[in-house]
Design a protein around this ligand. Structure first.
Ligand SMILES: NC(=O)c1ccc[n+]([C@@H]2O[C@H](COP(=O)([O-])OP(=O)(O)OC[C@H]3O[C@@H](n4cnc5c(N)ncnc54)[C@H](O)[C@@H]3O)[C@@H](O)[C@H]2O)c1
Length: 387
C-alpha cells in the first residue's frame, strides 16, 4: 500500500426527510443562495417547491440558474458566476443529478477565479478557491455529492474536461433515496454503470497490499449487482434505492482509492464520446469498459481473476487464469446487457468517422491509464473494439 492522506470535508445527511435540515445548513454560510437546477425533474417531483419553501422560511435570498442540461455546458457556469458576483452570493446550492451539482461546483470556483471559467478546466493545475457549495442529490451515479470533481463540456471546442479540487467539495450533501425513485429506468441503469465504472477505475491497480480497499470495492460491486435487479423490478423499492445511492457515494469519495494508484483511462475515453456525440456518460461507459478490460487484462491477470471469482463467483476449476479473467469480463458485459445498457457504439449510431480524432484528443497533453499506459493507438483499438 502507498502512503496516503485522507480528508473528506463533506457532511453527509442521508435518508428519508433529511431535507428538513436544509435551512439550518445553509444559514451556517450566510443568507444569500444561488440555486442551481436542471431541466425540470426537480419541479416534477415537488422538490423544487420544497427547497424554495425551506429557503423562504429561513429568510434566505434566492437567486437562480436553471435549465442545466446533461453533459453540462460552460455557458451555465458563466451565467452563475455573474449572478454570484453581482449579488454577493454566500453559497451555491445544486439540486439535481451530477450535471447540476457539477455546474454548481464550477460556478463556486469560478466566482473566485480571475479569468474566464473555462480556463479553470484547461490550465495547468487546479483552482484552489471557491465559495461554499451545498448539494441535494436526486440521482445515484457520479459521487459528486462527496468529492471535489466537476465535469463540464464546451461545445465550441468539443471538449469535456474536469476540475479536481477540495475547494468545491460540498460542505453538506443531502441524500434522500426517495428522490431517486422517479429516475427513469435508462438513467437508473446509466447511474449503476457509472458507479461500477468508478469502482473499476480504482480496483484495477498494480499497487500491492490493498486487501481492505479491494474488498470495499468488491462489496460495492456485489451490492450493486444485487440491488440493481431489485430496483429494475420495482423502481420504488426504497431500500434498494438507498443502497445504490450509498454505493454511488462510497465509490467516488476517496475511500476505495486510499493508498492506491488508479487508472481513469476509460472515463477519459468516454468523455471524448460525450464531448463529440453528447451521449449519456453511463451509456458510453457501458460500451467502453468491458472492451478496456479485454484490452488491458494481460498486464495483470491476477486482479482480473480475483474480480471474476469474488464478484461473479466464477469457478477456477480446469481453467487457465486467462479463461477465468475472460469469463469475468463476459459476465460484466452480460450484467450491463441484462440491465438494458448499450453495448456497442452503433447503438448510438456512432461509426468509424471520428475514432481517430477522439483517440488523439484523449491522449493530448496527458498520460492516460494506470493498469496499462495507453497511447493514441491503444485508445483507437479500444474504440474500434467498441464499434
Ligand atoms: N463530479 C464527478 O465526480 C462526476 C463523476 C462522474 C460523472 N460526472 C458527470 O456527471 C454527469 C452525469 O450526471 P448524472 O449521471 O447524475 O446525470 P444527470 O445529472 O445528467 O441527469 C440525467 C437525467 O436524469 C434526470 N433526473 C435527475 N434526477 C431525477 C429524478 N429524481 N427524477 C427524474 N429524473 C431525474 C435529469 O433531469 C437528466 O435528464 C456527466 O456530465 C458526467 O460526466 C461527474
Amino acid at each position: 500500500m502507498n502512503n496516503f492522506t485522507f480528508h473528506n470535508p463533506t457532511e453527509l445527511l442521508f435518508g428519508k426527510g433529511m431535507i428538513k435540515q436544509l435551512g439550518d445548513r445553509v444559514k451556517k454560510f450566510g443568507n444569500s443562495v444561488l440555486l442551481v437546477t436542471g431541466g425540470g425533474s426537480v419541479k416534477r417531483i415537488g422538490l423544487y417547491d420544497e427547497v424554495i419553501g425551506i429557503l423562504n422560511e429561513n429568510g434566505i435570498d434566492i437567486h437562480e440558474v436553471s435549465g442545466v442540461k446533461p453533459n453540462p455546458r460552460i455557458d451555465k457556469v458563466r451565467e452563475g458566476v455573474k449572478i454570484c458576483r453581482e449579488n454577493n452570493v454566500d453559497l451555491v446550492l445544486g439540486v439535481g443529478g451530477g450535471s447540476t451539482i457539477d455546474t454548481a461546483k464550477s460556478i463556486a470556483a469560478g466566482v473566485k477565479f480571475d479569468g474566464d471559467p473555462w480556463e479553470m478546466f484547461t490550465m495547468d493545475g487546479e483552482p484552489d478557491k471557491a465559495i461554499p457549495v451545498g448539494a441535494v442529490l436526486t440521482l445515484a451515479a457520479t459521487g459528486t455529492e462527496m468529492n471535489g470533481n466537476a465535469v463540464i463540456s464546451n461545445l465550441e471546442t468539443n471538449e469535456k474536461l474536469a476540475i479536481h479540487t477540495p475547494a468545491v467539495n460540498p460542505r453538506f450533501s443531502i441524500l434522500d433515496p426517495v428522490y431517486t425513485c422517479t429516475v427513469p429506468e435508462e438513467h437508473t441503469v446509466y447511474g449503476i454503470v457509472d458507479i461500477a465504472a468508478h469502482v473499476y477505475e480504482q480496483y484495477f491497480s498494480h499497487t500491492p497490499g490493498t486487501p481492505v480497499q479491494d474488498r470495499w470495492a468488491e462489496s460495492i460491486l456485489i451490492t450493486l449487482r444485487e440491488e440493481s435487479k431489485k430496483v429494475l423490478d420495482n423502481p420504488e423499492d426504497y431500500e434498494a434505492r438507498a443502497n445504490i445511492m450509498l454505493c454511488g457515494t462510497m465509490a467516488l469519495n476517496g475511500l476505495i482509492a486510499m493508498g492506491k494508484e488508479t487508472d481513469w483511462a476509460s472515463h477519459a475515453i468516454e468523455h471524448e464520446l460525450s464531448a463529440f456525440y453528447d451521449i449519456p456518460h453511463g451509456g458510453g461507459l457501458a460500451i467502453i469498459f468491458p472492451n478496456w478490460m479485454k484490452y488491458v487484462m494481460d498486464e495483470g491477470l491476477d486482479k482480473f481473476v480475483q474480480y471474476a471469482v469474488r464478484v461473479f463467483g466464477v469457478s477456477t476449476d480446469d481453467k487457465t487464469d486467462r479463461e477465468v479473467a475472460l469469463e469475468g469480463i463476459e459476465k460484466t458485459r452480460q450484467w450491463f446487457n441484462e440491465m438494458g445498457a448499450p453495448s456497442r457504439l452503433a447503438d448510438y449510431n456512432i461509426g468509424e468517422e471520428k475514432l481517430e480524432i477522439m483517440a488523439e484528443s484523449a491522449v493530448s497533453n496527458k498520460e492516460l491509464g494506470g493498469y496499462k499506459k495507453l497511447t493514441k493507438d491503444d485508445v483507437y483499438q479500444i474504440l474500434k473494439m467498441s464499434l
